[in-house]
Design a binder for this molecule. Sequence first.
Ligand code: HEM
Length: 207
Amino acid sequence: MLRKKWAKIPVWILSLAPAAYLGWRAWNQDLTANPIEYITHFTGDWTIRFLVFTLAITPLRKLLRMPDMIKFRRLIGLFAFFYGFLHFSTYLGVDKFFDFQEIWADVAKRPYITMGFLGFVCMLPLAVTSTTGWIRRIGGKRWQTLHRLIYASAIAGVIHYYWLVKSDIRQPRLYAILVGVLLAYRLVVWVMGRKPAPAVRASVMAR
Ligand code: HEM
């Protein structure tokens, strides 16, 4: 089923559902007493969720033996950028009215903003190079290496969340565990897949 041409349609619909819900609430003027705060929190939550979804694709496709799931990874990653862009734009345009002096002072002075900014900056090259043309231009291997920036983005996103909450750390802790497990999985796969060192190889061959 995953190989079918239409298989991406449900992913598009599900990924756009949070944005549609937000749009619906905005249309009905139902964005709570503090709409800027509501939109910032809503889009921030969906940015980190989509980062986690993107990181979960590789382990899931192996665990469930569904290699075709890979075709959704780029799309879901782009939705992480989409919600990150909405989140950043809310801060930039609606909260700070494009006052770049104030924004820059905020980035430099408030550590959680610095970390969020770093997370967003790490997503930019991923979004720009997400097309097949770019994969061809820079080569699959280099493209894959570049796209490991998503790890930095997810880590920065979790720290950003940790640093911004005042007392209840349950949510950021949950995301820290999820991102930690998903990155640990990659570390284990990488360690197990490494070729033995020449000395070890020689002793194995001599046996
Ligand atoms: C990887 C990129 C980012 C992720 C994953 C992320 C995620 C989040 C999350 C999960 C929240 C809290 C939502 C909640 O409490 O329900 C949040 C809040 C917030 N984020 Fe981000 N964010 C990112 C980038 C940024 C950037 C670039 C900025 C601005 C420069 C920013 C500014 C804010 C602000 C102002 C808040 C609200 C803080 C508060 O109300 O105390 N974020 N973000």
